[in-house]
Design a protein. Structure first.
Length: 269
């Protein structure tokens, strides 16, 4: 099918008459201004979610009666329902619960004073806890029992064994999947507009609706997300390298075949 324009002419026409550069470039300042909101949701949800995930993982490993059954139900529900639905349930459910408490106990909790950010952080925290608890559980259980028994034989308490043996080794195993979960959490914050939080995606939606340049606004949004996730990926890779436990055999080989004139080598008299 023969077109009116050649390949070069087609793209020149596209960027001249169809794609609006001014709208594209002008979208960045507004979207970038909402980065702190997205990062706030991500960091708070990640921290609280990690703490709750560790508690859930310990309950699972210890098989705590009743609590373990409740954990199973919670994890199954959170993993089996979309985050979008969970946001709606939190946004409409918490005010209903508070209203019921007010009616039953005669309290006067002001539902309208609850920040939209609260609903979003609660939802993402619970969602992250459900998924990360399984990651942490499997990481803790991957630690060899022989190392744990050896640490106990040295007179370490259970807390010392957990802090000095289990936690460092399980952190090495869990670092990569938890890092991926963090990136997924950051991208998932794009649904926060459901609860009325104006973050990067909501800002792009507002810009596109007001200027009728929706594609330009969303391509700018995609580039901002991409750039931030590249930073996250590099930070996670750095953390993984820091947590990596060197193999004793490899370390021994490096010592045998290392060049004494390298920066890492040392010459002893």
């Amino acid at each position: 099918m023969q077109g009116k324009y050649s390949f070069q002419e087609f793209w020149a026409m596209f960027f001249d008459k169809i794609f609006n550069w001014d709208a594209f470039v002008g979208s960045f300042p507004n979207i970038v201004s909402k980065i702190p909101v997205s990062l706030e949701i991500t960091l708070f949800s990640a921290i609280f979610g990690l703490i709750l995930a560790l508690i859930l993982a310990i309950i699972s490993i210890q098989k705590v009666p009743i609590l373990n059954q409740l954990r199973l139900l919670f994890v199954s529900f959170m993993r089996g329902t979309p985050i979008y639905v969970q946001l709606l349930l939190t946004y409409y459910g918490i005010p209903l619960i508070l209203r019921a408490i007010n009616m039953n106990y005669g309290t006067n909790y002001n539902i309208n004073n609850i920040s939209s950010m609260f609903f979003v952080i609660v939802t993402f925290t619970l969602n992250e806890a459900a998924f990360n608890s399984e990651t942490i559980r499997s990481a803790i259980q991957s630690v060899e029992t022989g190392q744990i028994e050896a640490a106990k034989s040295l007179g370490m308490t259970s807390f010392q064994v957990f802090r000095r043996v289990i936690l460092p080794e399980s952190a090495t195993v869990a670092a990569a999947p938890l890092g991926n979960a963090l990136i997924g959490l950051f991208k998932g914050t794009s649904l926060s507009f459901v609860a009325g939080v104006i973050e990067m995606t909501a800002e792009a939606k507002i810009l596109g609706g007001s200027s009728y340049r929706i594609f330009e606004a969303y391509i700018a949004l995609a580039i901002v997300y991409w750039a931030i996730n590249i930073v996250f990926e590099n930070i996670i890779s750095l953390i993984e390298r820091k947590l990596e436990i060197p193999n004793p055999e490899e370390k021994k080989k490096r010592g045998l075949f290392s060049n004494p004139f390298d920066n890492g080598g040392a010459v002893h008299d």
